[in-house]
Design a protein around this ligand. Structure first.
Ligand code: PNS
Length: 162
């Protein structure tokens, strides 16, 4: 059985992420979307909330599950018997950022990283830009799965009094 890991921060998951997860699910028997925990960063959503939102956004994909991990990604990949890491690439900036990690992960464990070129429709999307636009009142509805958009709007309303 071929298992792939789709790792990231997913704070929150965007339509671009979901496209990469969906395309990965067509290539591998099982895709495990893995939310990496970074305790030094306070996100918009907790790790449990991110997991729930990814689950809602991928609920039609029967071979996708969502988990979290604290530590080296390749240790997690080895634990679950994954033979691949899958990441999306929006452009050359992503390539510069991702390629040293992919090479490091390969040299640590032999696990290859597979890159999917982002659909140009999603080429401008990142979780951090979406949050910034939302914070200043911009319309991020077209960029997010519907349940994620609702959660972002609600979180903005909760935080407007902070
Ligand atoms: O969503 P992001 O921020 O692009 O995801 C980056 C992430 C979390 C996938 C990457 O930083 C990662 O794999 N972190 C886990 C710790 C790890 O394995 N570090 C060594 C990478 S060579």
């Amino acid at each position: 059985m071929s298992i792939a890991v789709c790792p990231g921060s997913f704070d929150p998951v965007t339509n671009g992420h979901v496209d990469v997860i969906r395309r990965s699910a067509r290539q591998f028997d099982e895709v495990v979307v893995t939310v990496l925990i970074n305790e030094s960063k306070r996100g918009m959503f907790t790790v449990d909330e991110r997991i729930e939102l990814i689950g809602l956004a991928t609920s039609d994909l029967t071979n996708v599950r969502v988990q979290s991990w604290h530590g080296l990604l390749v240790h997690y990949a080895q634990d679950i018997g994954a033979r691949a890491i899958v990441k999306g690439l929006r452009g050359s900036g992503d390539f510069e950022y991702e390629s040293p990690m992919a090479r490091m992960n390969k040299s640590l464990t032999g696990i290859d990283t597979y890159f999917l070129l982002a659909d140009p429709v999603y080429g401008h999307l990142s979780s951090s830009l979406v949050k910034e636009v939302a914070r200043f009142g911009g319309d991020v509805e077209p960029m997010l799965p519907a349940p994620v958009h609702r959660a972002v709007v609600q979180r903005m309303a909760e935080r407007s009094g902070d």
